[in-house]
Design a protein around this ligand. Structure first.
Ligand code: HEM
Length: 475
């Protein structure tokens, strides 16, 4: 049968990717490339070899081998604290909170926060996700009413996930300007991301980072606002459906019975906002890009979502009845992992994949390259959600969108629930098509973003096929 160019993807076509470098770059070359896109620092070799090492100011190793990843993230965790770079960038904004703390100070915070993200609490918070999905659908319906007009689905998804994270962190109206906090965080990240390459390439701490100095004042204001909101909540008591602030206020380290002080609570809540909102928006935006890229996959995802949801928005109870949609999200996380680059600083000597690691070496896990590694994935650049149909067949340490080991993302189940609820609701109601010539470009700054946005045309979805007559159904 001839290919229908409007609906069938060209079997040779691949979704957008970044050409990886094939020549060594040197320090200046690296600086030039990294200023524009950190992904450009990853050599093509990293998708073919288990480890690639070099020296740009500092000795570094990029590790793409499941066994070695397990060693870094789990078996020899003590030797691989988060890198100086990660701390330099994030500490001014989120303090010594869960994301960057080490040792005992990390452990007690993790123990205190773990119950906050239990399956039961996520289910309790899910109606907030459903409400955000409904509002996103209402906004898209306005776009769909103007045929031919494209919408930037990245912006739409940032709006939706911001609603969720602000409703689940500071859900009250304690005179706290959530939008101002959002802006302060976004500005801080944009500023620091620009200068972060100084850190990535090992420039010493005393080299001034202009963006960081500039945003200190804004950060100070943001923290004062958050502290005020926390104090107000302490006085007012928990909300009828406890939000993350209530849960964290109640949170206690089961070992030491220690509870968080106001600055510790604030740093962790801001951490949840920083770590949880843009990453989930990216997951959704890249999933929608991929669904528009392959209309057949989109039709199948829609058929599943319509069968489960009918006309209503998705809820927590629907999540496990949408296995194909979950495969689409996993495949989006494989091709465009929001946290595309994890980095650690070796505390002492070690061996990784037979290579010598010395104290002070930077050890990177370029998740983007791991997920596109030729030894680990068949046809690695192709969009094929079916590869996740049998999860057992996938090596746990070859697929690391949320990291792994004790420092695995604490919000992974929360994020998957949110992404599933929003994506199912949207794909059941709308059809998304790419806008020729407006493909996004994957750019890694702190996260893997679609530069230029994800522009798609949005139309009302075709209605589901009518149920077959009873006689046919019995047959
Ligand atoms: C799709 C969305 C998300 C992705 C891809 C993602 C990815 C990650 C990754 C890769 C790590 C490990 C970093 C490392 O080992 O260096 C991490 C840690 C973390 N994430 Fe997420 N994340 C997501 C959503 C969330 C959400 C929704 C929250 C909270 C509401 C959250 C909070 C955290 C925290 C607190 C940590 C640090 C945990 C620790 O060190 O104990 N993340 N995330």
């Amino acid at each position: 049968m001839p290919r229908d160019a409007t609906t069938d993807p060209d079997p040779r076509a691949l979704p957008v990717q970044v050409p990886l470098v094939t020549e060594p770059l040197g320090l200046l070359g690296s600086l030039r490339v990294a200023r524009e896109n950190v992904l450009g620092l990853i050599p093509d070799l990293a998708t073919r070899q288990p480890i690639v090492s070099g020296r740009t100011g500092k000795r570094w190793h990029m590790v793409m081998d499941p066994e070695c990843n397990r060693r870094i993230l789990r078996d020899n965790l003590e030797n691989y604290p988060k890198s100086e770079v990660t701390k330099l960038i994030l500490e001014p904004a989120i303090g010594d909170s869960l994301f960057i703390a080490e040792g005992e100070h990390w452990l007690w915070q993790r123990r205190a926060a773990a119950p906050v993200f239990s399956a039961r609490n996520i289910r309790n918070l899910a109606p907030i996700m459903t409400a955000a999905a409904e509002r996103a659908a209402a906004r898209l319906a306005a776009h769909a009413a103007r045929p031919g007009r494209a919408a930037n689905l990245y912006d739409e998804m940032v709006a939706a996930t911001f609603e969720v994270i602000s409703d689940v962190t500071f859900s009250g109206d304690e005179g706290f300007d959530r939008l101002a906090v959002h802006r302060a965080i976004d500005n801080y990240i944009a500023e620091t991301a620009k200068v972060s390459l100084l850190d990535i390439l090992g420039a010493p701490r005393w080299v001034p980072r202009p963006g960081r100095l500039m945003s200190r004042r804004v950060l100070g204001e943001m923290k004062r606002m958050a502290d005020g909101a926390i104090e107000a909540r302490r006085k007012a008591g928990p909300r009828p459906v406890p939000d993350l602030l209530d849960l964290l206020l109640e949170g206690e380290d089961p070992k030491s019975a220690r509870r968080m002080t106001t600055p510790e609570l604030r740093d962790n809540l801001l951490t949840f906002i920083v770590a949880g909102h843009e990453t989930t928006a990216l997951t959704l935006a890249w999933s929608l890009y991929l669904l528009a890229f392959d209309a057949r996959v989109q039709d199948r995802a829609r058929a599943e979502a319509q069968a489960v949801l009918g006309g209503r928005a998705a809820t927590a109870a629907d999540a496990e009845r949408l296995p194909f949609l979950r495969q689409v999200i996993d495949e989006a996380l494989r091709l465009y992992p929001p946290a595309a680059f994890l980095s650690r600083t070796a505390r002492g000597p070690d061996r990784l994949c037979g290579r010598e690691v010395r104290a002070g070496d930077t050890v990177m896990l370029p998740i983007y390259a791991l997920h596109r590694h030729h030894l680990l994935w068949r046809d690695p650049h192709a969009f094929d959600p079916g590869r996740f149909a049998d999860r057992q067949a996938i090596d746990r340490y070859a697929f690391l969108p949320f990291g792994d080991g004790p420092r695995i993302c604490i919000g992974a189940a929360f994020a998957m629930m949110e992404a599933t609820i929003i994506l199912a609701t949207l794909v059941a109601r709308f059809r998304f098509r790419p806008v020729p010539g407006r493909d996004p470009r994957p750019v890694l700054i702190l996260t893997l973003r679609p530069e230029g946005g994800v522009w798609l045309t949005v139309e009302p979805a075709p209605a589901p096929p009518p149920d077959p007559p009873p006689a046919q159904r019995a047959a």
